[in-house]
Design a protein around this ligand. Structure first.
Ligand SMILES: Cc1cc2nc3c(=O)[nH]c(=O)nc-3n(C[C@H](O)[C@H](O)[C@H](O)COP(=O)(O)O)c2cc1C
Length: 360
């Protein structure tokens, strides 16, 4: 049997295979950032994954952009909407974690409620522009968070964690990747604080560790996970020494006994770029997921060589609701239509054919 199809047990959570659906924003929630039956159908179609990780889900209305169809988990309607999704996925035999996120400095003032301004660890704007539906706007210089502001956001993560429990998720993944707020704290290109939340690796990781501590009130640590993207430059991110930084972060996460650590890391590391994955593997001893451009063969290699315990797939899962089944029988894959990644209806979302339809 291919390594991709061997089951894995994390604590008391039994995953049927090592094939993970990567978190992917799709802009198909109902207005009010409320998941609905279309989202339930989309995720249920993909329940053959060993684990589904939901799209980035906002922990409060101020760490968000006002795209009404990006889901949240900060009010009762959203919690009830997610419960529709989790119940449907569980009924189909799947397992599902919610990815909890705060945009930090990458939010746009024009889209924040109540005249609020984007926040970050330091008053450093991300390089470049954010592309919204109708226009591109430069990122703004965020307001550097006060310690009170940090405490409020940690409480927001805790509240979302509590709601995730009530919405019957199997666990939570803290979004520490891709240039959002947690990542902004972790990397020294965006965090130049001189207090307890900046400077040393330990200080830059403090925000993340305090979120985990707060979530522990509602979840055992083997149902709490973290996603990191050590070398992803997306949204103007950088770090002066990614290997030392992320090996240090992994070492700080190791004692918690997390469900898993999920890293976005290139399959083939570009020349001149540091390969952080082995350093993380050496310091973090729990289950490790890798993601970022993996094809089936790469994934099999990553598992058999011991590089990782699970592999997450993004675009392949958008286009192939039955991806594990296709691989099991060596069936061809559908191609993903990038033009419908962020549109707002069923087209390009729930209408990719599964094998039954292909064979009919
Ligand atoms: C449409 C789309 C939306 C994405 N949204 C998220 C997200 O919400 N959170 C996240 O951590 N990564 C997000 N990603 C990144 C994916 O999780 C994944 O790391 C990336 O697509 C690389 O994997 P792949 O080559 O298998 O697609 C997104 C990717 C795509 C294509």
């Amino acid at each position: 049997m291919a390594a991709l199809f061997s089951p894995l047990t994390i604590g008391d959570l039994k995953l049927a295979n090592r094939i993970v659906m990567a978190p992917m924003t799709r802009h198909r929630a109902l207005h009010g950032k409320i998941p609905g039956s279309l989202n339930a159908l989309y995720y249920t179609q993909r329940a053959g994954a060993g684990l589904i990780i939901t799209e980035s889900t906002e922990i409060d209305p101020y760490g968000a952009i006002e795209v009404p169809t990006r889901p949240g988990l900060f009010n009762d309607e959203q919690e009830a909407g997610w419960r529709l999704v989790t119940d449907a996925v569980h009924a189909a035999g799947g397992k599902i974690f919610v990815q909890l996120s705060h945009m930090g400095r990458t939010a746009l003032p024009s889209q924040l409620r109540d005249g609020r301004w984007p926040v970050g660890p330091s008053a450093l704007a991300a390089a470049g522009k954010i592309y919204t539906a109708n226009r591109a706007e430069p990122y703004v210089e965020p307001q550097a968070l006060s310690v009170d502001g940090i405490t409020t956001i940690i409480a927001g993560f805790a509240d979302a964690a509590a709601r995730a429990k009530r919405a019957r998720f199997d666990g939570i993944e803290i979004h520490g990747a891709n240039g959002y707020l947690v990542d902004q704290f972790l990397r020294d290109g965006s965090n130049i604080r001189t207090d307890n939340y900046g400077g040393s690796v330990g200080n830059r990781t403090r925000f993340l560790l305090e979120i985990i501590e707060a979530a522990k009130e509602y979840w055992p640590t083997d149902r709490i996970a973290v996603r990191l993207s050590p070398t992803n430059p997306f949204q103007g991110m950088s770090d002066s020494d990614p290997v030392a930084n992320f090996a240090g972060i992994a070492a700080l996460l190791a004692p918690f006994g997390l469900a898993y650590l999920h890293i976005v890391t290139p399959v083939v590391v570009p020349e001149g770029q540091a390969d952080v994955a082995p350093a993380i593997r050496a310091t973090f001893h729990g289950p490790l997921i890798v993601a970022g451009g993996y094809k089936r063969d790469h994934a099999e290699d990553a598992l058999t060589s011991g590089k990782a315990d699970l592999v997450a797939f993004g675009e392949a899962f958008i286009a192939n609701p039955d991806l594990p089944q296709r691989w099991r029988i060596n069936a061809p894959l559908n191609a993903a239509d990038k033009g419908t990644f962020y549109t707002t209806d069923a087209k390009g979302y729930t209408d990719y054919p599964s094998l039954e339809l292909v064979e009919d």
